[in-house]
Design a protein around this ligand. Sequence first.
Ligand code: EPU
Length: 304
Amino acid sequence: MATGRRIIKNNIEHFLSSIKCNYKCNEPLSKHTTLCIGGNTDYFVEVETEEQLLSLLKFINENKVKFFVIGGGSNILFSDEGFNGIVIKLSGKFYKYEIFQNIVVCGSAVSLTYLAQQTAEQGLSGLELLSGIPGTVGGAVYGNAGVKNCSISDIIDKIEVVDYFGNKKVLTKNDIKFEYRKSDLQGNIITKIFLVLKKADKNDILKTISQELKRRKSSQPIGTKNAGCIFKNPKDDSAGRLIDSLKLKSYSVGGIKISDVHANFFINKDNGCAKDMISLIDFVRNEVYKKYNIKLETEIKIIK
Ligand code: EPU
């Protein structure tokens, strides 16, 4: 390693130790994504408190280090070359949640499906249809995750964020622009979410969760290495239906295969890599465009 790189490396490691952050060097991102794809990141840092996050952002800004904040790794494609910088994962205090009557105050690293189950047990309704969506609550808010006729933005009261320059902000639902599978929260790290749920019969909510999980199990390739739906649905149609209509189920490029259960899920079946995934995405997008004159937009975030 060149002397300059070594100085930066020593600086970063010294700094991370000084703020007591757990970190790993040259960590494979394939270990942190549901697709099990991605080369190494220079540093993989677990941030456990807001104080650590603020200190780290200050260091990042002062040293102009590239960084990326990962949630559950369920909606993301890192390149095979990996990430030249710091990948931050919120953990520790960000896994905590509290319930005050019908208000849930939740750290952004809490699993969405886990929270749905926990709130159902307390007789609180609002998250049951989102049960089974992989990933964290923070990630779900960022991408406005949802199912048909129900998105997480429906139940948000406010959120706390830290912007990339280290400024803390509280944003009410009206401050945020939510669209289908999209928010305008880029440039912010979501740290806490306040959700408003409704009191309801616990057994009814648990029944809905169980039906939702059953429906998913029969219509989606649960248990495989995938990143959920690859493309957003075009207006008034389903990307899965369009791809299926082209008889592309089971079609593969390298180790990546289009699911034979749901055509908008691409599965890493055989040591597939990001390059294969991108080729398959481009191929499918092109085929759909040729046949239907519709340009599919990816729902997964591609990090180059
Ligand atoms: N369909 C096909 N072939 C397929 C897949 C679907 O013909 O291979 C048909 C289905 O039979 C159905 C229609 O297309 O008539 C819609 O399919 P589905 O109910 O599976 O919903 P979707 O529009 O494909 C959306 C979300 C999913 C969410 C489901 C259920 C998007 C991009 N996808 O899928 O979310 O689980 O509704 O509510 O909005 C995700 O966001 O990652 C995701 C998986």
